[in-house]
Design a protein around this ligand. Structure first.
Ligand code: GLU
Length: 565
């Protein structure tokens, strides 16, 4: 509608409500809408800058899908010189949990994501467009509702639950579309006298939109991710203000996104079906709609069906899971980037050494249907990521994680700093580093046997050779006759082979394969005996390095223990 046509439409409305009555419905408001329109001027940002928001309800749970959306929001805003703010949508006071805001911020920060503006904790916030907590914006919403009442575009509804149930029942019986609209919306017709009377009797009420939408009309929206979407126009008399004076989510967020100058509403696609409501409200309030970007959910395969990653069923849906398991935030973000943009993986192969911040994201490369959440792939990315850290970084990060989540690992790392770093360095700084660790938690399993206090606890997991005497012969012969501190790796290996041959094991695998009957075993079997004797494990990083780190004294102590078994 052209602006003057809209003015005329308002001017002629017979439903316009007297100011005195409106003030009885919403008392104590000091400003009118123009005050707020002036209070929050256009943002001074570069052309094309994306202003977006993360708008959670503080229910105490951040889903990995939220981090996924937030990563996209953050990236798109950063790329365009824009802004991401945190707005707390707490108008449903019953669902709130204690310290909900602090918990959200903690979880989100855990992935290295910060906000340019918005709530900082339960009390503080930063930015010029606040308050950023909806329950602190009650007056603002009421002021806009008041404006709609004055224009005849809203009305109070004193219906009881029974009355509403009655309408619904009748609609069901007569197979009519369910909802409070058109002729069903009986409360549209209250006279001012009736309203006065109900107010005097303290009858609780809500404020509804007097919806002029036409269900037979189509509206078309161009979603930046989903493309063209078509819906029937909304004609439901949506609730704007609830009986506790707080707004509904629909009403509040439309006003907030307008006043906070959100350019792009980036959110989960469970909100797509609410778009007609949001666009209807935007129109009636006279706002310019933002660009909508609805992100599909992360999904999971269960048997033959694909379903949303669920907070009830899947531990990996909660972001606390990643923190608790010790999966590095960087790996999660790399993984989310691969899910977000189809061309990311190709880019990353060529730019692995760079920060993923250098990748350019685009809405058009976001899939339109759910993306399968592949934990195996995430853990592989993590393995790869952790293998590239220096031993010292790996040590420090693991320790810092263990301080919160793993007392045993923390103690081990603190008591053996130097040795642990040396150990973590084995086969690390090489062309093809080892990929033993997908999580900080794995480090305990990877290193415990290097430390004598843990070593005593283990039972030996022998391979192939189980004869006790043979084992003793191998170990003693090697230690007493061949092992020498300071040998180079080449000499060390040569001596292993010599010792193996002397005791009847093939040093040459080819020869062994041709005539296995001529040998007791081969060099691999032989070295496994020594490996297990020294570490109690049949698979470890490079044995030569392990021996050097352990040193002769510890090795002898371990071998002696073995002889007593
Ligand atoms: N408060 C809504 C939620 O928690 C936000 C939806 C939106 O971003 O508009 O899902």
């Amino acid at each position: 509608m052209h602006p003057w046509a809209y003015d005329l439409f308002i001017l002629e409305r017979k439903e316009k409500m007297k100011k005195e009555l409106v003030e009885k419905l919403l008392p104590g408001l000091t400003h009118d809408v123009s005050y707020y329109e002036n209070l929050y001027p256009e943002r001074n940002l570069a052309e094309g800058a994306i202003v977006t928001r993360y708008a959670p309800s503080p229910t105490g749970f951040v889903h990995i899908g939220n981090i996924f959306q937030l990563y996209i929001s953050k990236k798109m805003a950063e790329q365009t010189g824009g802004i991401v703010f945190l707005r707390i949508e707490d108008t449903d006071q019953e669902r709130m949990v204690e310290n909900g805001i602090t918990r959200i911020i903690h979880d989100v920060n855990g992935f290295g994501i910060t906000f340019d503006e918005g709530a900082i904790n339960e009390e503080e916030e930063k930015g010029e467009y606040g308050p950023y907590i909806q329950s602190h914006r009650k007056e603002i919403y009421q002021t806009y509702a008041k404006d709609l009442l004055l224009k005849g575009l809203a009305y109070p509804d004193f219906s009881t639950k029974e009355e509403l149930d009655e309408i619904r029942k009748e609609q069901e019986q007569t197979k009519k579309r369910i909802g409070y609209y058109g002729n069903w919306a009986k409360s549209r017709n209250y006279s001012e006298e009736e309203i006065e009377k109900k107010l005097k009797d303290n009858v609780p009420f809500i404020i509804r939109l007097r919806n002029n939408g036409d269900y037979d009309q189509k509206i078309v929206v161009e979603d930046a991710i989903k493309g063209k979407l078509e819906f029937p126009e909304d004609d439901i008399d949506q609730v704007l203000i609830k009986s506790d004076g707080l707004p509904t989510y629909h009403f509040a967020h439309v006003i907030d996104d307008h006043l906070m100058h959100t350019t792009h509403v980036i959110r989960g696609d469970e909100w797509v079906s609410s778009l007609p409501v949001h666009l209807g409200l935007t129109k009636v309030l006279g706002f310019t709609p933002p660009i909508y970007c609805h992100i599909p959910p992360l999904t999971k395969k269960e048997g033959d069906t694909i379903r949303k990653l669920s907070k009830r069923k899947d531990p990996e849906a909660a972001v606390s899971y990643y923190h608790e398991m010790g999966i590095p935030k960087e790996a999660v973000m790399i993984y989310l980037a691969t899910v977000a943009n189809s061309n990311f993986e190709e880019w990353y192969l060529e730019h692995e050494e760079e920060s993923i911040d250098n990748f350019t994201m685009s809405f058009s490369k976001i899939g339109t249907s759910g993306a399968l959440f592949d934990m195996e792939k995430l853990l592989n990315i993590s393995r790869n990521y952790l293998s590239k850290l220096t031993a010292k970084e790996m040590y420090e990060r693991t320790l810092s994680w263990a301080k919160t989540y793993h007392e045993e690992l923390k103690e081990l790392l603190e008591n053996h700093q130097e040795e642990a770093i040396k150990f973590l360095d084995i086969e690390r700084n090489t062309e093809k580093p080892r990929k033993d660790y997908a999580m900080y938690r794995d480090v305990l399993e990877g290193i415990w046997y290097m430390f004598d206090e843990k070593f005593t606890d283990v039972s030996y997991e022998w391979q192939k050779i189980t004869d006790k005497e043979e084992i003793q012969t191998i170990v003693n012969s090697y230690m007493n006759e061949y092992y020498k501190v300071g040998d180079s790796e080449e000499v060390w290996f040569q001596k292993m082979k010599e010792c193996a041959e002397k005791l009847g094991y093939a040093a040459n695998m080819k020869e062994y394969k041709q005539n296995p009957e001529n040998y007791k075993g081969n060099i691999a079997d032989f070295s496994t005996v020594i490996r297990v004797a020294l570490t109690s494990k049949s698979k470890t990083p490079n044995l030569y390095d392990i021996m050097n780190i352990l040193g002769e004294k510890k090795m002898k102590w371990r071998i002696e223990k073995l002889s007593k078994k």
